[in-house]
Design a binder for this molecule. Structure first.
Ligand code: CA
Ligand code: CA
Ligand code: CA
Ligand code: CA
Ligand code: ZN
Length: 392
């Protein structure tokens, strides 16, 4: 089917937008619309020069969610640009759970420092955080608000969706990721949840119910971790295997709360910016460490045969993978804490960001939600404490 000129294209676009706006939760509801929507990808209205899933037309003129000619989300006024990658997150919160302005500053800086290029010649991603008035002027885009306290969201996804529905303007669905600073869910004591990968929604849950010690580092690391799932990232990069020593990312549980250690002493609370060579656990050469010069400013962590966790020196130098006191062996041992010996592949996260998870976006043909169940139970205080107390 080919489009005749303007009127037909506009009608189709507006019906697509209406469908997206009217569908709640709604990846299942979107799926049948994909074939009809697909031809739009080639239409000028859907051009997305910067690849952030927000069409140029929206970023230039504002987004009219229901096609009535009135702009519902004024993207230019919110600071969006058609030539720079933008990411919008509305943050609602239960009493006492909203992170600090200092934490938001760090999250913004992490994305600003992202090693990704923009058509305007700049580097980085501009993340727009909206925690409402309580978050301070710099982080108030008019959407964030406090929600009723619930120490245990159960079932987590349904209750999160209900809170989202009651506290999030439907017109924002195609623009904003939605997140909640909450207490606990499903009695798991997990630090957060993104429900699917990629997605448009996530929660950070380190409340008093499970006696979390909540620090700025943990809030920053967990926010970036869960948002990472929304952006298509996983615990293993190329797969879902956790604790890979060559995966230098907050997506790796080794680094979610404390960042990736670096030789400078300043930790990296960010996604991986390069992928060291794969590590074959049946034949690990200790003398070469992560086996790349790029690792010279990084340290890493690994697990010993007895289950304890260790931190290396400069990761391009020798690493005692089998924990016998030297770095001269070629050894066969599991270094990521599971019992199997496999080849551990890393990933450059920043080169693999997927904009447009779930209902977000409209210009790019990004993959929508999938549900890898093994990613959905997140790190607990207990798991973290185990990592800490066994470090030697
Ligand atoms: Ca765009
Ligand atoms: Ca943009
Ligand atoms: Ca809200
Ligand atoms: Ca050794
Ligand atoms: Zn995770």
């Amino acid at each position: 089917m080919r489009f005749r000129p303007r009127p037909v294209v506009l009608a189709t676009l507006s019906s697509l937008v209406l469908t997206a706006a009217a569908t709640s939760g709604a990846v299942a509801g979107l799926a049948p619309d994909q074939p009809a929507a697909a031809p739009l990808a080639a239409a000028p209205a859907a051009t997305d020069t910067d690849g952030d899933s927000l069409p140029d037309a929206w970023e230039t003129n504002g987004y009219d969610a229901n096609g009535d000619g009135v702009v519902d989300v004024d993207l230019p006024a919110l600071g969006a640009s058609p030539t720079k990658k933008d990411l919008f997150v509305e943050m609602d919160y239960m009493s006492g759970r909203l992170a600090t302005t200092a934490a938001f500053d760090r999250i913004v800086q992490t994305f600003a420092n992202a090693p990704v290029s923009n058509p305007d010649g700049s580097k980085g991603i501009r993340i727009h955080l909206d925690g409402g008035p309580a978050a301070g002027a710099a982080y108030n885009l008019g959407g964030g608000n406090q929600v009723p306290y619930d120490s245990n969201l159960q079932p987590a996804e349904a209750q999160t969706d209900a809170i989202k529905k009651a506290n999030f303007a439907p017109a924002r669905k195609a623009i904003f990721h939605y997140m909640l600073w909450a207490d606990d869910y499903d009695n798991t004591c997990s630090s957060g949840n993104a429900f699917a990968i990629p997605n448009d929604t996530f929660i950070v849950t380190m409340g008093p119910k499970c006696n979390w010690t909540v620090t700025e580092n943990r809030n920053v690391g967990t926010f970036i971790h869960e948002l990472g799932h929304d952006l298509g990232l996983t615990h293993g990069g190329t797969d879902h295997a956790n604790y890979k020593p060559n995966y230098l990312s907050v997506m790796n549980y080794f680094f979610q709360f404390d960042g990736v250690p670096r030789t400078s002493g300043s930790n990296w609370f960010s996604y991986s910016s390069f992928a060291p060579p794969a590590l074959n656990e049946t034949s690990l050469r200790e003398s070469v460490g992560l086996n790349t010069a790029t690792a010279s400013t990084w340290k890493t962590k690994w697990k010993c045969p007895n289950g304890s966790t260790r931190t290396s020196g400069a990761a391009n130098a020798g690493i005692d993978w089998n924990c016998d006191g030297d770095t001269v062996d070629t050894t066969s041992t599991s270094i990521n804490g599971d019992t199997s010996k496999t080849t551990l592949s890393a990933q450059n996260n920043w080169a693999n960001i997927k904009f447009g998870g779930g209902d977000v976006g409209g210009g790019s043909s990004q993959s929508k939600t999938s549900t890898p169940a093994h990613e959905l139970k997140e790190m607990t205080q207990q798991e973290y404490d185990n990592l800490k107390t066994t470090t030697r």
